[in-house]
Design a protein around this ligand. Sequence first.
Ligand SMILES: Nc1ncnc2c1ncn2[C@@H]1O[C@H](COP(=O)(O)OP(=O)(O)OP(=O)(O)O)[C@@H](O)[C@H]1O
Ligand SMILES: [Mg+2]
Length: 419
Amino acid sequence: MGRLLSVINRYLPLLFLMVLVLAIAKAFHLYWPFIQSRLVAFVAHLNLLVRYGVWVVVLLLFIGLGVLAVLSLMSHAGRLPQSISRRRWIMDILDRLTNRVALEERLSTNADATFIDADALSHALKSKVIGQDAICDDLAAQIRRRLALQQRGKPVGIFLFAGNPGTGKTYMGKRLATELGRKLLHIDMTQFSRGMAGTALFGSPRGYVGSDNYGKLTSGLRDSPDAVVLLDEIEKADPEIHKKFLTAWNDGFITEASDGKQISTTRAIFVLTTNAAIDVLEDIRQQYSQAPDEMRRASTNTLKESGFAPEVLSRIDRIFVFSRLTGLDVARVTALEIERMIEGYGLQVADQGIDPEILYRLMERQEKLADTASSRDLMRAIEESIADSLIAAKQQGARCVALIEGQGVVFARPVACPE
Ligand SMILES: Nc1ncnc2c1ncn2[C@@H]1O[C@H](COP(=O)(O)OP(=O)(O)OP(=O)(O)O)[C@@H](O)[C@H]1O
Ligand SMILES: [Mg+2]
């Protein structure tokens, strides 16, 4: 009996199904004429729907796709209202489980991270910029660190080069751009003395003269976002112009006045140079050479006293005080400058072609004139005395010259070039 019951139990659902199928078949048989008439009416409706309904369906599809596209764009920009973005059906898994926008931003800054060889950079700078070895090392290390750990929304670095005229501040800025393979945006800040609105840098508002063109800084950074921006002799510019750089340094962008577009400064390196307060800064450099924090505090205070706005100083990442050139370093720089000047005339200096007496006298004169003249002034004086002989040598078809001093006069003499 038990066995019979278990078989019935197992096959009971099958029995029910068979009864159901038989019942449905019987019902069809009984009501076939009625079902047939209903089917005909349904097919007629379907015809109408096919004729007019296709367009409605296409329209609905378009609207649906449009709504989906807008939602996806908003979601991508992180602008989806929370009430919608919480719904699982349109959510990126990262939106649900974390802050996707923050994660994407983090990844994009990481993608910008660049790793440079600080030793190679420092070595390359030292081979060109004479007598500033400690600065070359420190600057290269700073740049390596800042490129690798780029702060979000701020330039790679804002460095101030302070020091006496002719110590290589501007030159270091230029070399830095060259060695990093970045474009140099050299801005002579003496042009922006009192009363200047800075339109040449940031563009002119619509309707003003020049509003068709971008400013030098805005166009420069638009075209080369990772440029080295050299703000040369920054102290000579109006303090109001200094403040115009605050958004560039604090918020990571500048605004072009003609069309209101924001241009990013986050990949740029800013180098400011100054002659302000050089004597005090030189003392500070010597006094605190082993205490960088103290040096920074004292240098900042000194620069504040000489007119720099505190909010500008607080944005500067590092102040480098260039040492006065001494001894043979003066001769090295002078010899290099003479070589560059002669190359400007399309000529070369022969090996050992500069009379040591010339360099000695130049060093003596520089010593005597101290801070009242830079090597540039001395170079100008030399150029005046040798220009005629250089032109004559060129006319004679010479390629190489030697600089000779005779009876107090310096002149260039054509010589054979080394093979
Ligand atoms: N330390 C240096 N190493 C190599 N060249 C130098 C150095 N200092 C100066 N020079 C040479 O002298 C020229 C003038 O130097 P630079 O313009 O860099 O001086 P600066 O410190 O910016 O002076 P200033 O404060 O007057 O602007 C440079 O183009 C370079 O040829
Ligand atoms: Mg300079």
